[in-house]
Design a protein around this ligand. Structure first.
Ligand code: GLU
Length: 444
C-alpha cells in the first residue's frame, strides 16, 4: 500500500517550492490508489504558528490536494522520546556539550587543515564524571546519533544511485539541549510508524536522507523509497530563496492564478515531458511520472502561469465563473452573454471587472490624431442604443460607404473608439452589451 506525506513546518505560508513537493507526493499516492498524509512538522514551538497551519490547509484545499489523514508532530512527542530511549539502549545515542562557538572553532581548524568540517566525536571520550561536571556547568547537552561509518546507499527516484560516505557527515543532533526533538528524528519515527512508503522532497534534504536511513535501520524500521527533486530557480537561474516570500500560494491566488494552471505547470516543470494544461486532477494524475524528472535546477517563471490561467478560464462553463461575474457587477440576465464575449479576452478573473466597466460605464476612447475626423463622422452614423448583433455590421457598412475606408483602417479606429483598446472580443458580439459609448461625445 503506497503511502506518502507532505510535511510542511508551519513557520510561514507555503510557496511554489513547497507546492512542488506536495504535488509530487499527492500524485504518487493518488496514482497508486494509496494514502496521502498531511503531516504538520511543528516540533519547534517558538516558530510554529496556528495561523500557518490553517493557512497551509486552506492553500491545499484551494488547489484540490485533499489529504486522507492529518498528523501533528507536537502531539507525538512521547513517540519520539521512546525512540530516543531505544537509541540510547542500543548505544547509538550520545550526549555532547560543545557550545556553538566551540563547534565553530573546531570547524575552522579542520577547514584550515584541508579536512572536511565533520564533528570529531570528542564527546564519545567523556567519562561519566566529566559529563556530570559539564552538565552542572552548562546544562543538559545535545543528543547526537552515532553514525556507522560506512557508505550509505540508495536508489533515488530522481537522482539515481546515491552513495554517501557516513564518515564525511557529522553525527546529527536529534535532541537539543532544551529537550526539543529535532525534525530528523521526528520525521524518521513518523515515516516508520505511519507506514510511509515513498518520500519525495527537495534535494536540500539529501544528506538528511543519508543519516535518516541509518536511524531507520537502528530503530528497526523499513526504509522508504526516496526521491529528491531539484530546487527551483528564477527564470535566469538565480536563487529563488529570497523571492519565495512573494511566491506564496496565497499571493499567486490573489494575483488571479487558477489552481489548474499552477498544478499543470508544476506537475511537468523540470521533467522531460512538455507542460500541458490539464482539465482536471484525473488527467494530472494520469500524466504524472516521477522518473521523467531531472536533477538539474528547475527554472520557474511565474509569468508562465498567466497564459495557462487564461486558457483554463476560456474553457470554463458559465456555472464555474458565475460568482466572479456577479462579483464584477454583471446582472444575471446578461451573465451568459457577457461570458461568451469575455472568456477569450481575460488573463485572470480580475479582468472581468474592466470589461464590465467598459460596457456599463464606458471608457475613455482611444482615438489617434489621424483618425479623429473619421471617428467623428462614423459616430454620427451610429444608431442609438440598445444595440443588437447586427449593429456592428450595419454600422460599419454605412461608415465604409460614407468614408471609403475599409479593412483594418475602418475597423480598428472604431474598435479603439468604443472600447478604448486595440484588442478584445468580436465587436458584433460585444455591441449588444455596450450601454454607454463615450466616443460619441468625445468624437463630436
Ligand atoms: N518539515 C520538513 C521540511 O519542510 C520536511 C522535510 C521532509 O519531507 O522530510 O523541510
Amino acid at each position: 500500500m503506497t503511502t506518502t506525506r507532505f510535511a510542511p513546518s508551519p513557520t510561514g505560508h507555503i510557496h511554489i517550492g513547497n507546492l512542488r513537493t506536495a504535488l509530487m507526493n499527492y500524485l504518487i499516492a493518488r496514482k497508486a490508489g494509496g494514502t496521502f498524509i498531511l503531516r504538520i512538522d511543528d516540533t519547534d514551538p517558538e516558530r510554529s504558528k496556528e495561523e500557518y497551519v490553517d493557512g497551509i490547509k486552506q492553500d491545499l484545499e484551494w488547489l484540490g490536494l485533499h489529504w486522507d489523514q492529518v498528523e501533528r508532530q507536537s502531539e507525538r512527542l512521547d513517540r519520539y522520546a521512546e525512540a530516543a530511549d531505544k537509541l540510547r539502549e542500543i548505544g547509538r545515542f550520545y550526549e555532547a556539550f560543545e557550545t556553538p562557538t566551540e563547534l565553530d572553532l573546531k570547524r575552522k581548524k579542520q577547514l584550515n587543515m584541508g579536512k572536511p568540517p565533520v564533528y570529531d566525536r570528542a564527546a564519545l571520550a567523556l567519562t561519566d564524571a566529566e559529563k556530570d561536571a559539564l552538565r552542572a556547568e552548562r546544562g543538559a547537552g545535545v543528543w547526537r546519533f552515532k553514525l556507522d561509518q560506512e557508505r550509505i546507499e540508495w536508489a533515488d527516484g530522481i537522482l539515481g544511485d546515491i552513495s554517501i560516505d557516513a564518515a564525511s557527515v557529522s553525527d546529527p543532533v536529534l535532541i537539543r539541549g532544551d529537550g526539543q526533538v529535532l525534525y530528523t528524528l521526528a520525521s524518521v519515527v513518523d515515516d516508520t510508524e505511519m507506514g510511509v512508503t515513498h518520500v519525495v522532497r527537495g534535494s536540500d534534504h539529501v544528506t538528511n536522507t543519508a543519516t535518516q536511513i541509518q536511524i531507520i535501520g537502528a530503530l528497526g524500521g523499513t526504509v522508504p523509497s526516496f526521491a529528491h527533486h531539484s530546487l527551483l530557480t528564477g527564470p535566469q537561474g538565480e536563487a529563488l530563496s529570497k523571492r519565495l516570500g512573494t511566491l506564496s500560494l496565497r499571493d499567486l491566488r490573489a494575483q488571479g492564478v487558477q489552481p489548474m494552471a499552477l498544478l499543470s505547470l508544476m506537475a511537468r516543470l523540470g521533467s522531460s515531458d512538455p507542460v500541458e494544461l490539464r482539465a482536471d486532477m484525473a488527467e494530472l494524475i494520469d500524466g504524472f511520472d516521477i522518473t521523467r524528472f531531472g536533477s538539474a535546477p528547475t527554472k520557474f517563471d511565474e509569468q508562465d502561469l498567466f497564459p495557462l490561467t487564461a486558457r483554463h478560464l476560456a474553457g470554463l462553463p458559465l456555472a464555474e465563473v458565475a460568482e466572479a461575474i456577479a462579483g464584477a457587477g454583471v446582472p444575471d440576465d446578461k451573465a451568459a452573454q457577457f461570458w461568451e464575449v469575455t472568456r477569450e479576452n481575460i488573463t485572470t478573473l480580475h479582468d472581468l471587472q474592466g470589461w464590465w466597466t467598459m460596457m456599463h460605464s464606458g471608457v475613455a476612447p482611444e482615438i489617434d490624431a489621424e483618425d479623429a475626423d473619421f471617428v467623428a463622422e462614423a459616430m454620427k452614423l451610429l444608431p442609438d442604443a440598445p444595440f443588437d448583433d447586427q449593429t456592428w455590421s450595419t454600422w460599419t457598412a454605412a461608415v465604409k460607404e460614407a468614408t471609403g475606408r475599409k479593412g483594418r483602417g475602418l475597423f480598428m479606429p472604431l474598435r479603439k473608439a468604443l472600447t478604448g483598446q486595440a484588442h478584445g472580443p468580436d465587436m458584433s458580439a460585444l455591441m449588444p452589451l455596450l450601454q454607454v459609448i463615450k466616443a460619441r461625445t468625445a468624437g463630436r
